[in-house]
Design a protein around this ligand. Sequence first.
Ligand code: FES
Length: 146
Amino acid sequence: MRGLRMTSFAGHRLARLLFASTARHTSMLIASSMSGHPTPEENEMSGLVRICLQAELPAAGEVREFVAGGRPFCVANVDGTIAVLNGVCPHEEGPLGEGIIEEGRVVCPWHGYAFDPRTGESEQDPECKAQVFESVVEEGELRAKI
Ligand code: FES
């Protein structure tokens, strides 16, 4: 429950909770190898990039920033569902991975834009949309299709 009610942004957020579908992502992203699991080479070929270790995932209700392939990613845990967003906020390039989760949305620490972790849409500006990547947790790693 940490992080769900910790800021002053709560007053103007919608209460709806929209989450990424881990199961849908899993079925779309997993590449097969002879062992039944993708090798690092297969992951690279399929566009999957390792974001972090499963053990490093943020706790429920928290957001963390990870750098992979030289670029930042925002990893959000919304009630146990992991979402991977571009770590650069589409508003004015704030550090989205240093934000918080509030009412099911990832809130940027700079100006408080709140992004749906499934669609990237913001309440503040329909044209300001965060990039959301399909992701999967497998083999002890969080991987995203970049
Ligand atoms: S830079 Fe993220 S809300 Fe402005």
